[in-house]
Write a protein that binds this ligand. Sequence first.
Ligand code: SF4
Ligand code: FES
Length: 251
Amino acid sequence: MRLTLRIWRQATAEAQGKLVEYRLDDVSEDQSFLEMLDLLNQHLIDRGEEPVTFDHDCREGICGTCGLVINGIAHGPKAAITTCQLHMRVFKDGDTITVEPWRSKAFPIIKDLMVDRGAFDRIIAAGGYISVNTGAAADANAIPVAKEEADRSMDAAACIGCGACVAACPNSSAMLFTSAKLAHLNSLPQGQAERRDRSILMIEQMDREGFGGCTNYGECEAVCPKEISMDFIAAMNRDLLASQLSNKGKR
Ligand code: SF4
Ligand code: FES
């Protein structure tokens, strides 16, 4: 395949960025999108030019590290997959493909296509855990969990923290991510002791990081590689209200 790539190049966080055009004429349709970028980088290195910086790790759709806006869509044109799972057969010979980083003030660009998603880590650190006494592992059946709650928790736990929801949202809202992380723990008996504080602390941290609020565009759900449902956002709002009214909360 022959492709024209328009790639966001930005030398440092403070530098002015711009789209730079590259031509590739040896792309295989069996390559993944990241392998295509590897190929471009090999050509750039061979020519003595600076390779394109981009995030990746597992390349199996598990870790949430990769994330590119491809032709204006977070994670590209195929639904329910990450950038690393996208294959070049989705594109046509002769296509022009524009590749940009996540764009959100809360995810500052580090270099080229790489952004700092530390804001997500700080939201998790604010309350995305349970406190338990250490010692021998409890018997797996010691705390019965209803099937419906276990399924709901597992659905929420599928969030890999990639940040596509933020990149796609016109408000740069992180509510899909935060609501999934809350629902993961708040749905289980083990998560109840800290539920009220957790809900308030994580939502407060989300606001402090500069993410916008949800106004129901639905772009987050549309691009989420793990098909996290916006129903979790509604549940988060109910949890916040209940937590604020509860004397166990911080407010
Ligand atoms: S909710 Fe979906 S899009 Fe957002 S961080 Fe989690 S997996 Fe990524
Ligand atoms: S590199 Fe891990 S999900 Fe894409």
